[in-house]
Design a protein around this ligand. Structure first.
Ligand code: PLP
Length: 395
């Protein structure tokens, strides 16, 4: 018999699998070119050539036992040092390898830091809409996820509601900017106010509240939008970074945590993250790709490809009568469903072979997420379907 907890996880994951199966079923009936799958956040832009070249150079030039061997659980010291120096240059921080823990993507990083921090019953606050896996990751360590309701006008965090939800049991707050699913970038003003509230609450309860900044989309921004680096605004910030989107490497499973020296209980926290990496069974982040990304720290995918997709889809949908906050980052549009029930609306879109994800999956019913990390021509072909769908709702 599987565990009671896993019964719930399996049930939820079957909803996602059902959507995947539905895509395949439609492909078979209508032909893949006539099915418009906007449901997945899988990067469509190829990884930069530098990655391939770096992998080859690592294999040709470096010692095989180093490239393929065990290392410190936190990752290679030289790789971590290069990352720290690159961050210092970009964000004027003061980091060294001792502040970096290499992780198995952002998912691995989030699990490592939550395992390091949470006692059963500890609360982790996050803002709707949010990446649904947060619920599972917090539950892995018997924490309680506390959800702040959305501010649907701007999709900036709802700070009044946030303040009310912080208690003496709040151990961490997870933010994600640029955001999945809205594409919104949290403004500097928002970050300053959020930090102010956290400082006040830490004092009030005499606790440490860690701000976990989940930022796999940091490099995917448009219109020269600045994404504030949160360690500069709040002392107890931990950054969770990933190369899944910035270098289109989601299958390689590589990212890192930044744990600045000024965080409360820094030394224990770094020691815990190191051990958590080991005992969660990752042991260390994959070795070859660690060494390859260290050679590509100033490289990123061609964001202009996503920008073209964003402009085409956003402008077209607006002209058909849809409503949406124009995203400044990531590769998602979070569009108001044309009926109250977002699941029914996503179902109605299937009539035009359009696959989109109901906002309920992100704790924000009434909306749908459209992932535009797809081929530009597929977006073009899908537009008559979006237009007809709007027309069906009297737009
Ligand atoms: N956090 C957010 C907000 C995401 O959207 C994703 C993946 O889509 C992840 C974390 C996990 O990313 P990774 O592939 O780095 O584990």
């Amino acid at each position: 018999m599987i565990s009671e907890k896993m019964i719930g996880f399996v049930k939820n994951s079957s909803i996602i699998r059902a959507m995947f199966e539905e895509g395949k079923r439609l492909d078979e009936i209508y032909g893949a070119e006539n099915v418009y799958d906007f449901s997945l956040g899988n990067p469509s832009v190829e990884p930069p050539l530098n990655i391939k070249e770096a992998l080859i150079s690592v294999l040709n030039e470096e010692e095989p036992n180093l490239v393929h061997g065990y290392m410190n659980n936190s990752g290679y010291i030289d790789v971590r040092e290069k990352i720290a120096l690159s961050l210092n240059k970009k964000f004027n921080t003061n980091l060294s390898h001792e502040n970096i823990v290499m992780t198995v993507g952002a998912a691995g990083g989030l699990n490592v830091i939550l395992k390091s921090l949470l006692n059963p019953g500890d609360e982790v606050v996050t803002f709707a809409p949010f990446f649904g896996e947060y619920r599972n990751y917090v539950s892995n360590y018997d924490g309680i996820l506390v959800v702040v309701p959305p501010n649907c006008e701007t999709f900036q965090p709802n700070l009044n509601e946030f303040e009310k939800r912080i208690t003496g049991k709040t151990k961490a707050v997870i933010v994600n900017s640029p955001n999945n699913p809205t594409g919104v970038v949290y403004s500097e003003d928002t970050i300053r106010k959020l930090a102010e509230i956290l400082n006040k609450k830490q004092q009030e309860y005499n606790t440490s509240i860690y701000l976990i900044s989940d930022e796999p989309y940091r490099e995917l921004v448009y219109d020269n939008t600045e994404v504030p680096y949160l360690t500069k605004y709040y002392k107890n910030t931990i950054v969770v970074y990933s190369y899944s989107k910035s270098l289109s490497l989601p299958g390689e499973r590589i990212g890192y945590l930044v744990i600045p020296s000024e965080t409360d209980d820094y030394e224990d926290l770094v020691a815990a993250a190191n051990v958590a990496t080991r005992i969660l069974g990752f042991v260390n982040a994959p070795s070859l790709i660690q060494r390859a990304v260290a050679r590509c720290l100033d490289v990123q995918v061609d964001v202009e490809v996503y920008n073209r997709n964003r402009e085409l889809l956003y402008n077209s949908l607006m002209s058909y009568g849809y409503e949406c906050v124009k995203p400044q980052g990531a590769f998602y549009l979070f569009v108001k469903a044309l009926e109250e029930d977002d699941k029914k609306f996503a179902q109605a879109a299937k009539k035009y072979n359009i696959l989109i994800v109901p906002g309920s999956s992100f704790d924000c019913p009434g909306y749908v997420r459209i992932a535009y990390c797809v081929d530009y021509d597929m977006i073009k072909r899908s537009l008559p379907g979006f237009k007809n769908l709007a027309r069906d709702y009297g737009r």
